[in-house]
Design a protein around this ligand. Structure first.
Ligand SMILES: Nc1nc2c([nH]c(=O)n2[C@@H]2O[C@H](COP(=O)(O)OP(=O)(O)OP(=O)(O)O)[C@@H](O)[C@H]2O)c(=O)[nH]1
Ligand SMILES: [Mg+2]
Length: 321
């Protein structure tokens, strides 16, 4: 076979994460005799020539489960290579639909709470989609805590009050005992708000302090041999280019932060990616990616349009007092 044939363009597949009022997600079981038979997937199928992705989504969802999609939000696009085929899995979150889903093609259907989606029973390309569904669209990275830890905690409370639910404690200069005490205090506050707390760089503290995960630096990405925390915890990484994103995927990183998108005062030497550079890198990545660097909360729609899970930042979510 010629290289041109073996490298055929990926099949564009659209799928819907249909979500009901209780936050449950609809899954359909792939029928016998098909690719990945028996696995539970998001309803959907291939985009036909001349169709837009949204038209294909409307058609597939009507054909397969008999409901009309009333509105759809782009969630994530996963480029994936199976041995038999290469796909671009283009997933939309659908909260508004008309009709009651039912099996139109003899396939089994079930509603699963989003937090209970089980990667073991879903196709490999869907695993990052499970993470995208579980993650919010804003990721706060704390500023380095100064001497006044009371003021720092007040800053955290203010961010939680504004609805931030995913937080990375980034305290690289605190002495060990103070760091442990502060992490425990932050965890109590973040959990009380229904959020999740990751710690920067210190995977050794995750189990000990029962934190929700670790966020590693790009330098740590190069030195780790394997995923340092269990699959029950978040494993996140900072990336700046395609090579680091690839490395992150090979280490089973759950989500990445990619930047810098815009020029920032904190990293004046870094050449910004711009939104075009960001979206090109994001398109090649098979995991949720937050945009970082020089962004404000109002950039969220632009980030999502460019393929991001959302935006990450210190100053974007931390009020200067
Ligand atoms: N609909 C859907 N397809 C998925 C998911 N994950 C995933 O890897 N896929 C793959 O994407 C392709 C979906 O295309 P499809 O539903 O139109 O095709 P098919 O294999 O069922 O049947 P067909 O070729 O007879 O039309 C399949 O290869 C399927 O294995 C998912 O969550 N939903
Ligand atoms: Mg299908």
């Amino acid at each position: 076979m010629s290289a041109a044939l073996s490298e055929a363009a990926p099949v564009h597949v659209v799928a819907a994460a249909l979500i009901d009022a209780d936050g449950r997600v609809l899954l359909a079981q792939r029928p016998e005799g098909k690719h990945l038979a028996g696995y539970w997937e998001f309803p959907g199928g291939k985009v036909e020539p001349g169709e837009s992705a949204l038209q294909a989504l409307q058609r597939e969802i009507l054909e397969e489960i008999g409901v009309r999609v009333a509105s759809a939000e782009a969630l994530i696009r996963i480029p994936w290579r199976y041995s038999a085929k290469q796909i671009l899995l283009d997933v939309y979150r659908v909260r508004e639909f008309v009709g009651v889903p039912h099996s139109c093609e003899g396939q089994s259907l079930k509603w699963v709470p989003a937090a209970a989606l089980d990667p073991a029973e879903m196709p490999a390309a869907d695993h990052p989609v499970i993470h995208a569904l579980a993650l919010p669209d804003r990721y706060l990275i704390t500023p380095e805590p100064g001497a006044d830890l009371g003021a720092f905690l007040a800053g955290l409370d203010a961010a939680l009050d504004r609805g931030v639910r995913l937080v990375q404690l980034r305290a690289l200069q605190l002495e060990e005992e103070k760091l442990r005490t502060l992490a425990a205090e932050c965890l109590t506050r973040v959990r009380a708000a229904g959020g999740q707390l990751l710690i920067s760089r210190r995977h050794d503290l995750v189990e000990e302090l029962d934190l929700d995960g670790v966020h590693i630096s790009a330098a740590q990405l190069q030195s780790l041999q394997e995923r340092p925390v269990s699959l029950r915890r978040w494993f996140a990484a900072s990336c700046h280019d395609a090579r680091e994103l690839q490395l992150a995927q090979s280490l089973q990183v759950d989500f990445a932060v990619l930047g810098t998108v815009a020029p920032t005062l904190s990293h004046p030497g870094q050449v910004p990616l711009g939104w075009d550079g960001f979206s090109a890198l994001c398109a090649g990545a098979a995991l949720p990616v937050f945009a970082l660097g020089g962004l404000v909360e109002g950039d969220l729609p632009a980030a999502i349009e460019r393929g991001a899970q959302g935006i990450a930042g210190i100053s974007a979510f931390w009020e200067l007092r």
